[in-house]
Design a protein around this ligand. Structure first.
Ligand code: MF3
Ligand code: CO
Length: 316
């Protein structure tokens, strides 16, 4: 989703960011609850109800519901659906599917937005229709999540917007031959869900606005196993790959602060995700060849987990 072009970028005060942190934690909890319920036989409408209950019990509001008429609390996008799939009681998950769940919540007028993709069923479950082996899907998911964290690591004062885009693209290219969806991007976030600037998931570094403390961004790479062109279904929302290949989507809301990137929708603020960027530490898998960890020294000075990531590399 794109914000209206040309709006100024909203800069939040520390106390506003503190409320965004609350929104981020509620959003993360709702997403986690829905993701934990994923199993063969559950419908995407049931997942929606779980997230809705979590958000309302926290005294928060679902931000997607009613957004340009969107009818649900979460988006559930299965297999070749990339984003914005509408939960449906008739859409029942099967072992071997992959599902992206996207959630947004509002606390005190401030937004959180995050998404993840998980496999359905035990690791030995064959992909539905035998279309993809499970390890190929696992690699897709891991590449997308890792690219997200490489982008998040760039969310520091003094960098330019497309340093994020470039870091995402580099991480994807290092991980394998994946398509990067270009027709949808991340976005600024704060007093509204979609604000300036749009955050592309590819491109040259060093372009776009300079990042300053108090900005908040939702970074959300979408990767596909085939060609990245998209098509929208007749429901007006669901975005699918034009070629039917399967897709992954991971998203976090991050605050740019003088203390480095604070991942508002991660329970630990991002410590675990950044630590996992250290060579050799990504889910115990070997590092994709040639991938640098692009974290600036200004972050290392103030945030131990990011400086750990920096220590293990040359920085820039
Ligand atoms: N995280 C999604 C995005 O930024 C949220 C879509 S919300 C919907 O595009 F309401 F438009 F579905
Ligand atoms: Co978003």
């Amino acid at each position: 989703m794109r914000p209206r072009r040309g709006d100024p970028i909203e800069v939040k005060s520390p106390s506003q960011l503190a409320i965004m942190r609350e929104a981020g934690l509620v959003t993360a909890a709702a997403l986690r609850a829905a993701a934990a319920a994923v199993e063969p036989g559950i419908s995407t409408a049931e997942l929606d109800a779980i997230a809705a209950r979590e958000i309302s019990s926290a005294g928060a509001l679902p931000s997607f519901k009613g957004y340009h008429g969107y009818p649900a609390t979460i988006c559930t996008s299965v297999n070749d659906q990339i984003v914005h799939g509408i939960p449906d009681a008739a859409k029942v998950l099967a072992a071997g599917d992959i599902i992206s769940i996207d959630c947004g919540a509002i606390v005190g007028g401030w937004h959180g937005d995050c998404a993840l993709t998980v496999s359905v069923g035990p690791p030995q479950a064959a992909a539905a229709g035998g279309r993809y082996p499970r390890d190929e899907l696992d690699s897709l998911l891991r590449a997308c999540e890792r690219a997200l964290w490489q982008g998040l690591a760039q969310a520091v004062p003094g960098r330019r917007l497309t340093d994020i885009s470039h870091a995402v693209e580099r991480a994807v290219r290092a991980a394998g031959r994946y398509g990067i969806v270009r027709e949808y991007t991340g976005h600024g976030i704060g007093s509204q869900m979609h604000m300036e600037p749009a955050v592309p998931n590819h491109g040259r570094a060093g372009r776009g606005p300079v990042l300053v403390a108090g900005m908040a961004l939702a970074i959300e790479p979408m990767l596909v196993l085939g060609e990245p062109s998209t098509r929208r279904l007749d429901d007006g929302w669901t975005v699918v790959t034009a070629d039917g290949s399967w897709a992954a989507h991971f998203e976090h809301t991050v605050a740019i602060t003088d203390d480095g990137p604070v991942v508002l929708t991660a329970e630990d603020g991002g410590a675990g995700g950044f630590a996992a960027l250290r060579p050799g530490s990504w889910a115990g898998k070997p590092e994709p060849a040639g991938e640098p960890v692009l974290v600036g020294p200004e972050v290392a000075a103030t945030r131990q987990h990011v400086s750990d990531a920096l220590e293990a590399t040359d920085g820039i």
